[in-house]
Design a protein around this ligand. Structure first.
Ligand SMILES: *[C@@H]1O[C@H](CO)[C@@H](O)[C@H](O)[C@H]1NC(C)=O
Length: 421
């Protein structure tokens, strides 16, 4: 590249210097523009990899475009191990002992409502296709790099009772969770209250999810995660969205959110990962919740995910994992936020509803009917449920147990408040 500045040699050394300086500035801006166009090219290439050809596209009221992609063209099949994979259209064995929603009292049924996805108002994906949230250029540009787009920035698994302070204080991530450990687990279920917590800063998020964990908390930690999240960085807005995550190396090279890398195989044509869920609950108002079940099929060993009572979304093939190829060693349920602490104060980013557990139903957020899947593929009440939170004055958790809700807990909080400055 040549500089466009033409400098005549002046008699004064200073003017020559100024001339060099100007020329340097201009070639710098050339370099910047060149690298910007190279970045644009890189982003475009990544978008072409992620966004598969659509049979039909649906414009959602929240600005998303949902592409109906032929099932055999989905991102999973970019994985070298999946080139010849035959899609399994249903699990061989759903777990037994699902919490019987028919048993739930009529009064209870009136209190909570199932939710749907916003884009459903504007169309349906044809059979044989799956709905995929289209990634836009801006989505990728908000990430720290093209390579990191769709991946977690840090390891963010809460480590209850850890002696290692580095594991407890993970880049300001804060949790309020219930968990079981010490057994072999083959899945977990929960019905999760849905809210739209306020996020104070663009680089923070708030989520409520299930973690299925394998291995100790080392560099090879395996994790499968699903729930709802508000993440301005990932989606460009404050909407509450259904999400999944997986990793087989503690959030380093493998895994991603939703379908943003190859791994998860989706078979369902009605639910889109990463799409907004609607409606959300209101304080002292209507309450909405979603059910999520993740379990390991005893025949093929894949990890399946079901949303609500009706939607089997698909599966994570067993070979993606090391420890989870056998079983999980820990299950966690609950909330997580990022506290960026940028001004020395605690963030006011909310977890759950933004209200503490003490406030109870229709004010504080809940997980109800939490269960684990045992080695006989039976859903069971969790034994020895523990709780964990880094700073209970900021976000807290309280467990309980009754006939309508089985094992449940309330969790969350406002973050910054007089007791959490
Ligand atoms: C998200 O919410 C924050 C306040 O909580 C607001 O400042 C920001 O503008 C919102 N972002 C969008 C994209 O609506």
């Amino acid at each position: 590249m040549t500089s466009a500045v033409h400098c005549s040699t002046g008699r004064l050394a200073a003017s020559i210097l100024v001339c060099y300086w100007l020329g340097g500035l201009i070639s710098l801006s050339y370099a910047a523009r060149f690298s910007a166009s190279r970045q644009r090219l890189e982003v475009q290439k990544h978008l072409n990899r992620l966004n598969k050809p659509a049979v039909k596209s649906i414009q959602s009221p929240d600005g998303d475009i949902i592409d109906c992609v032929h099932m055999s063209k989905q991102p999973a099949f970019d994985h070298p191990f999946l080139r010849d994979h035959k899609i399994q259209m249903r699990p061989s064995y759903p777990p037994e002992g699902l919490f019987d929603e028919n048993k739930v009292s009529a009064k209870q049924k009136e209190r909570t409502n199932p939710v749907r996805q916003l884009w459903h108002q504007y169309g349906k994906c044809p059979e044989g296709t799956i709905p995929v949230r289209r990634t836009k250029e801006d989505d990728v540009l908000r990430a720290s790099s093209v390579k990191r787009y769709g991946k977690k920035k840090h390891r963010t698994v809460p480590v209850p009772r850890s002696a290692d302070p580095d594991l407890i204080n993970q880049n300001g991530h804060q949790h309020a969770i219930a968990y079981v450990e010490g057994g072999k687990y083959f899945g977990a279920k929960a019905t999760i209250n849905v809210w739209e917590p306020r996020i104070q800063r663009q680089n923070e998020f708030s989520l409520s999810q299930i973690w299925i964990l394998g291995g100790s908390f080392g560099e090879d930690l395996n994790s499968i995660e699903a729930g709802w999240q508000v993440s301005p960085d990932l989606y460009g807005d404050n909407n509450t969205r259904l999400f999944t995550y997986w990793t087989s190396d503690a959030y380093q090279a493998t895994g991603c959110y939703n379908l943003l890398c190859s791994g998860f195989i989706q078979i369902n044509s009605e639910i889109a990962m990463g799409a907004s869920i609607s409606p959300v609950s209101g304080y002292r108002n209507s309450q909405y919740d979603i059910s999520i079940l993740i379990w390991k099929d005893p025949k093929e060993g894949h990890w399946w995910m079901q949303f609500g009572n009706d939607y089997v979304l698909g599966y994570w093939p067993s070979f993606l994992f090391s420890y989870l190829a056998d079983s999980a060693s820990m299950i966690e349920w609950g909330g997580e936020v990022v506290n960026s602490e940028s001004d020395g104060h605690h963030t006011a980013t909310q977890m759950g509803s933004g209200h503490f557990p003490e406030e109870g139903f229709s004010k504080s957020s809940y997980f109800r009917n939490i269960q684990v899947v045992d080695s006989s593929n039976n859903l069971k009440a969790p034994k020895g449920l523990g709780t964990f939170t880094e700073q209970s004055n900021c976000y807290d958790v309280q467990t309980g147990n009754n006939d309508d809700w089985g094992h449940y807990f309330y969790y969350g909080g406002p973050g910054k408040n007089p007791n959490c400055p």
